[in-house]
Design a protein around this ligand. Structure first.
Ligand code: G3H
Ligand code: 13P
Ligand code: ZN
Length: 308
């Protein structure tokens, strides 16, 4: 089947109390590992491309790799999504490039400006059959200057107006997650009360969780054992992600866990095989490590297996 939007995926996920994994991709091995896991578990997939990925790999290459994934995976629904587009222009470019979903992240702008740019993206994208995710609130660790009674968390009293005025198809909210591998200093804590309030204001509406890697401690241990230094790395506990997926969260973004799986695997391989220098020797187990990690997520955290 051709690339699809996330519309039907989210409608089914919302009703079924599970979430779709949105995995960041930058190269062939990541795409192959994720798609292998999707095929083995019969799970829909969102492959997402950040602006950094566009710069790193050149969108022409990434698009062709995703086209290859679509051919290779036959009946698997795959959505190609722009992650954190920061302007109308980049979103327009991605719609024109054949993405089936784009994110406009104007969350650093004042509320009314966020509405204005998100609405403009929706008008362009919807006219071409493309869906739009926007963001309200700011993830921890960034934009600390944004101050209201919710701090940097999403203010539930703003979500209805935002969604009605913009027409977006899904909304990323801030409930305490953050990007990267160092998410919490002490115990992990998410504001499920905010998620609940948001979902009451927006019935049947898909919510997105960014910064949702769980930072598996076996990867951190392996990285530290084989020459790395990632002491104190901590992610979102898997049971919290499962809880969010059973609520209104329909899309869970995962990037850091992919990076950790690859880095741990390559560090181990090269430490144990110091004379090997063919990239295929260490990229093959790294690709398998991505597939294993994604398969685990789909089966044990997202619950999106057998949903195609
Ligand atoms: O949310 C950010 C994603 O993890 C993408 O990161 O800009 O380094 O590609 P990146
Ligand atoms: P992580 O850094 O937790 O993987 O988050 C990725 C993300 O939100 C991409 O948009
Ligand atoms: Zn993100």
């Amino acid at each position: 089947m051709p690339l699809v939007t996330s519309k039907e995926m989210f409608a089914k996920a919302y009703k079924g109390g599970y979430a779709i994994g949105a995995f960041n991709v930058n190269n062939m091995e990541q795409i192959q590992g994720i798609v292998q896991a999707g095929k083995e578990t019969r799970s829909p997939l969102i492959l997402q491309i950040s602006m950094g990925a566009r710069k790193y790999a050149n969108i022409v290459y990434l698009k062709k790799l995703i086209e290859a994934a679509v051919i290779d995976s036959q009946d698997l629904p795959i959505c190609m999504h722009l992650d954190h587009g920061d302007s109308y222009e980049i979103c327009k470019q991605c719609v024109d490039d054949g993405f089936t979903s784009v994110m406009i992240d104007a969350s650093a702008l004042p509320f009314n400006e966020n509405i204005a740019v998100s609405k403009k993206v929706v008008e362009y994208a919807h006219a071409r059959g493309v869906v739009v995710e926007a963001e309200l609130g700011t993830l921890s660790g960034v934009e600390e200057h944004v101050v209201n009674e919710y701090g940097h968390y999403t203010n539930p009293s703003e979500v209805e107006e935002f969604v009605n005025k913009t027409g977006v198809d899904s909304l990323a909210i801030a409930i305490g997650t953050s990007h990267g591998a160092f998410k919490f200093k002490g115990a992990a804590e998410l504001r499920f009360d905010i998620l609940k309030e948001v979902s009451e204001k927006l019935p049947d509406f898909p919510i997105v969780l960014h910064g949702a890697s769980s930072v598996p401690q076996e990867f951190i241990a392996e990285i530290n054992r084989y020459g790395g230094n990632m002491q104190g790395a901590q992610g979102v506990p898997e049971e919290m992600l499962r809880k969010a997926a059973k609520m209104a969260v329909c899309k869970i973004n995962i990037d850091s866990d992919i990076r950790l799986a690859i880095t741990a695997s390559i560090r181990k391989y090269l430490a144990e095989n110091p004379s090997r220098f063919d990239p295929r020797d260490y990229l093959k187990p790294a690709r398998q490590a991505v597939a294993d990690m994604v398969k685990h997520k789909i089966l044990n955290v997202l619950g999106s297996n057998d949903k195609i």
